[in-house]
Design a protein around this ligand. Structure first.
Ligand code: CP
Length: 306
């Protein structure tokens, strides 16, 4: 592949290959010797039209650990503010001959549109409620490191699935690798076609968490709920916030995951987010390794003409 736009474009073998390579990158990242070879002499531009803490900084670190020249385009200070379009902005950057563009945009499909116009490789760092492929890869790597495999794990994805690109990419990846996927949330926050996505649907946390190996909480994305139903925080936490009582329905050794940013006291209680079952910080660490693996693979495939 030239680009990574979504998990939907990857075969199970390609997903496993990326996770295997990322596992090797974890070991490298933990030593003081950074590789600085695979992307030496390459230029990576991060173009984020939406806010990010984890994704942007880990793509930057990943590029630097592989030896790339990394530039973070500050959209807030760019000519986007003067009305320049997404495509014109991308073509301007394309003229500077980058090797990789890492793009986040609030509109689903915007990153794929841009990928058709530019000469370099494009990585989707999140497009609207569509896909966030590197998040799903780092989530799978985290699961595999703790549980030894992804196949046959019961993974409960909980909360605002309707607005979540993280949920969508995870559902695709987990199904591809043979996990059992559950979606738990109020009807108002579940996409209409959810049952056809290969998931079992639950309305009550207590039912959906029963026997789960992994509990993946999602942020309530109030910024994407303009005009539609917005639940009150207190009511949402009571029914869908992960606390000790609800978590007790999952397996005793269930992993608690959250892609971040977290809203403590909304979708997850603070003591659970910081508790012994939480692997939330490890997910962040795995993000750097996965992004190294993805960028190295894309450039190697491009060089090989695949
Ligand atoms: N998980 C995730 O995408 O976090 P950021 O929005 O901080 O990048």
């Amino acid at each position: 592949h030239r680009h990574l736009l979504g998990i939907a474009d990857l075969s199970p073998q390609e997903i496993e290959g990326l996770i295997d390579l990322a596992e090797a990158k974890v070991a490298v990242s933990r030593t003081r010797e950074k590789e600085k070879t695979a992307l030496r002499g390459r230029t990576q531009i991060n173009l984020f039209f939406e806010a990010s803490t984890r994704t942007q900084s880990s793509f930057e670190l990943a590029g630097k650990r592989l030896g790339a020249d990394v530039m973070n385009m500050s959209v807030g200070n760019s000519s986007v503010k003067k009305g320049e379009t997404l495509i014109d902005t991308a073509m301007t950057l394309n003229a500077m001959q980058p090797d990789i563009l890492v793009v986040r945009h609030h509109a689903a499909g915007a990153v794929a549109l841009l990928a058709r116009k530019v000469d370099c490789s494009v990585v989707n760092a999140g497009d609207g409620a569509h896909e966030h492929p590197t998040q799903a890869l780092l989530d799978a790597l985290t699961m595999r490191r703790h549980k030894g495999r992804v196949a046959r794990l019961t993974v409960a994805i909980c909360g605002d699935i309707l607005h979540s690109r993280v949920a969508r990419s995870n559902i695709l990846l987990l199904n591809a690798l043979g996990a059992r996927v559950r979606a738990i949330g109020p009807s108002t926050l579940l996409p209409s076609g959810i049952a056809s996505m290969g998931v079992e649907v639950f309305r009550r946390m207590e039912d959906g968490l029963k026997g789960a190996d992994v509990v993946m909480m999602l942020r309530l994305q109030r910024e994407r709920m303009e005009g539609s139903f917005v639940p009150s925080v207190r009511e949402y936490f009571r029914y869908y916030g992960l606390d000790a009582a609800k978590l007790s329905h999952a397996k005793p050794d269930a992993l608690v995951m959250h892609p971040g940013p977290m809203n403590r006291g909304v979708e997850i209680a603070s003591d659970i987010a910081d508790g012994p079952q939480s692997v939330i910080e490890e997910q962040v660490e795995m993000g750097v390794a996965v992004r190294m693996a993805v960028m190295e693979t894309l450039l190697a495939e491009r060089e090989a003409g695949r």
